[in-house]
Design a binder for this molecule. Structure first.
Ligand code: ADP
Length: 396
């Protein structure tokens, strides 16, 4: 039997999934997992499709193990557990496809060089994606590798949604709004079309609320606007990222407080968001269980900003027929969904609180003007589907 591997290589983690293909090439998850704490003391858990742990590993005090070392380990583990399956390709999440990559593609030296040039646009993410591609090319030079872009789903948005109000020459150099979380949104668009085709054909806000968080306005399943912009720092309040901020703050930090740009970068990416406002944690569960007023303030700000941005995206679409919540907070945190939807009551949105508390698939009340749903995302499956489409020559 044939199989596809999805890899999502980030700064301190690598997520992976092995999909077995049936005779019609429909992928079924066989195993998946995550290596975390890379650069500190890496640890790994691999589970089967039912969540049963197949293997756990703890590399205590092995801060020296690189992404490449860990991928090599994973490759060896996979080879001895394939049980007759043949891996025909590896699909990678590539955060940035710039303006050039509007669809997934087979990776060769030319593509790799083009992706390398995009590293300055996503310095905290893209180099890790490319390191994984190179590591696999060394370990298995003949294996087909496919790049699947987080920016691609947003590629065809109306031009107005891509522009900052800065001189044209800078836009032409690539300083523009790209949008991210595209693999998640594309998966949600497809799944919604299966679950509720009528809603999928309408105006929907998808809310990917995890450690990273963004909203996407989708009309007829296509992105028309999104809250992330040039980088994954823009838009909503996130676990440790600030979201949209007056650029004057950054100028002030540098010119008046004398902070170096690396310090500002660290502040905005790693010390801000829920963590910065609460002074307690970046984790929504910890914050909502806390009695501290700062924790409450952080959760309230998260919901307020999400609702405010949802209002903006509704204007971008000229209306709203539904909201779909996804990712860690969106799929599991009834309290946050309720706070956001309460602030959107003026749009005719009303929750069925019992359904919301039960994390049901449909959580809006019967009379709600817009439908509200919860759909678990699956970026790894989207990567596998894209990889298959490239192999079969049917990439969109
Ligand atoms: P990442 O962007 O790292 O993939 P996730 O999508 O896993 O992040 O989301 C992490 C966030 O989801 C955390 O704030 C966490 O508190 C929240 N979360 C995860 N599971 C639950 C749950 N069962 N109930 C409430 N919140 C949850």
């Amino acid at each position: 039997m044939k199989a596809i591997v999805s890899l999502n290589s980030g700064s301190s983690s690598i997520k992976f999934a092995l999909f077995t293909l049936d005779h019609e090439h429909v992928p079924t998850l066989s195993a998946g997992g995550k290596i975390e704490r890379i650069g500190l003391s890496p640890c790994l858990a691999i589970r089967d499709a039912h969540g049963t742990v197949l293997h756990e590993e703890d590399w205590t005090d092995r801060a020296d193990m690189t992404h490449a070392d860990l991928l090599e380990w994973l490759f060896d583990w996979a080879l001895s557990h394939l049980e007759g399956r043949e891996v025909i390709a590896i699909g990678h999440r590539a955060v940035h496809g710039g303006t050039g990559f509007a669809r997934p593609c087979r990776i060769d030296d030319t593509v790799l060089a083009a992706l390398e040039k995009l590293c300055p646009l996503a310095p905290l993410h893209q180099p890790h994606n490319l390191a994984a591609i190179r590591a696999i090319a060394r370990i298995a030079p003949d294996l087909t590798q496919v790049a699947c872009f987080d920016t691609a789903f947003h590629h065809d948005r109306p031009a107005v949604a891509t522009r900052f109000a800065i001189p044209r020459a800078l836009h032409d150099q690539g300083i523009r709004r790209y949008g991210f979380h595209g693999l998640s949104y594309e998966y949600i668009a497809r799944r919604l079309a299966e679950l509720d085709p009528e809603l999928a054909a309408g105006k929907v806000i998808a809310a990917h609320l995890g450690n990273g968080a963004s909203l996407c306005a989708m009309a007829d399943g296509k992105s028309v606007d999104t809250t992330m912009g040039f980088t994954a720092l823009d838009g909503l309040v996130m676990g440790t990222r600030c979201g949209a901020i007056d650029p004057g703050v950054i100028l002030h930090l540098e010119t008046q407080l004398g902070m170096a740009s690396e310090e500002v970068e660290h502040l905005l990416y790693k010390e801000s968001g829920l963590l910065g406002v609460s002074g307690l944690s970046s984790d929504m569960r910890t914050l909502s269980a806390s009695e501290r007023p700062e924790a409450e303030e952080a959760v309230d700000l998260f919901a307020w900003r999400a609702a405010r941005e949802a209002g903006g995206l509704t204007a971008s679409m000229g209306g709203i027929d539904g909201i779909v919540f996804t990712a860690g907070i969106g799929e599991n945190h009834a309290g946050v969904r309720s706070r956001i939807c309460k602030r959107l009551e003026w749009l005719g949105i009303e929750l069925d609180e019992a359904a919301n508390t039960a994390n049901a698939a449909v959580i809006s009340a019967v009379g709600s003007r817009a439908k509200v749903m919860v759909i678990p995302t699956d970026e790894e499956r989207m990567i596998a589907l894209h990889t298959l489409s490239v192999l079969s020559g049917t990439a969109p």
